[in-house]
Design a protein around this ligand. Structure first.
Ligand code: CP
Ligand code: NVA
Length: 308
């Protein structure tokens, strides 16, 4: 397979065709899983999973996914690794490369993940940094494909904090030809360089990327409404300030009513009810958040099967 041996650090590094291939492989692996057809694509392989931040979905779905592909996965907390006591990333990368067939890492600094990938001679998968969350996007595209039957031309709105999710969504959705509108408060806008990059991808794919402040304007007539937490991991101390800054950005029934009647609501989870989204929207018939969470499993299997 053409993606074998590649790192999966951001979707910037993948073409539209490669992204669509991973999405379609995820859909295929999901169907096989449901039909009870074994897919031992990574028999005998081991994935190391380094976590410096908390995780429910990423950890469990990578571990279960690896098991379902015939391999095994190791949970490695940075609290227990020598990395936590100061062993350099470049040394850790070369040591782990002698034992493992792939590394998934969730950490703060994206530069740390790039350094790990530079020194490791096995594929490195970014399981979330402060700047990007690319594995989530493959799951999200699978979910949109399943619920809307297509990706190209889908009108997609993201409302809330211009964070790692916003960055990865803009890149991934623009590459597959979606029309993306992002609404964030002043001071919480996505990185302008990533916005410009996503706009260049959209120009190529026939999609669009528009960034604004007005959430109501952003969700008008869209197929998908997406939000994420107002305070990401590492921003816990800013919770109260952020709560005030994001007044008017909560996805509630009134906001959903501005989207298409058959619009879906998405959230990468964990969700904070009463903050970025109401309990009513989370529990509504329009909410596909648990399909989306399930699709992390199928997406991660597709990513690992492709690069490892
Ligand atoms: N969406 C997501 O990455 O969830 P976890 O933080 O639980 O892994
Ligand atoms: N933006 C969130 C995503 C969690 C999956 C965070 O970084 O905490």
């Amino acid at each position: 397979m053409s993606l074998k041996g590649r790192d999966f650090l951001t979707l910037k590094d993948f073409t539209r065709q490669e992204i669509e291939e991973m999405v379609n492989l995820g859909i295929d692996l999901k169907a096989k899983q449901k039909a009870g057809i074994p897919t031992p694509i990574l028999e005998g392989k081991t994935l190391g999973m380094i976590f410096q931040k908390s995780s429910t979905r990423t950890r469990v779905s990578f571990e279960v996914g690896m098991y379902q592909l015939g391999g095994s996965a190791l949970f490695l907390s940075t609290n227990d690794l020598q990395i936590g006591r100061g062993e350099p990333i470049k040394d850790t990368a070369r040591v782990l490369s002698r034992y493992l067939d792939g590394i998934m890492i969730r950490t703060y600094s994206h530069a740390d993940v790039e350094e790990l990938a530079e020194y490791a001679d096995i594929p490195v998968i970014n399981g979330l940094t402060d700047d990007y969350h690319p594995t989530q996007i493959i799951a999200d595209l699978i979910t949109i494909q399943e619920h809307k039957g297509k990706l190209e031309g889908i009108k997609f709105a993201y409302v809330g904090d211009g964070n790692n999710m916003t960055h990865s969504l803009m890149i991934g959705c623009a590459k597959v030809g979606m029309d993306v509108t992002v609404a964030c408060p002043d001071g919480y806008m996505p990185n302008p360089e990533i916005v410009a990059l996503a706009q260049s991808y959209a120009a190529e794919s026939g999609g669009s990327v528009t960034v604004m402040h007005d959430p109501k304007e952003a969700v008008k007539g869209v197929d998908v409404v997406y939000t994420d937490t107002w305070a990401s991991m590492g921003q816990e101390a800013e919770k109260e300030i952020r709560k005030k800054a994001f007044v008017g950005y909560q996805v509630d029934d009134a906001m959903m009513a501005l989207a298409k009647p058959d619009a879906i609501f998405m959230h990468c989870l964990p969700a904070y009810r009463g903050m970025e989204v109401t309990d009513e929207v989370m529990e509504s018939a329009q909410s596909v958040v648990f399909d989306e969470a399930e699709n992390r499993l199928h997406a991660h299997k597709a990513i690992m099967a492709s690069v490892m």
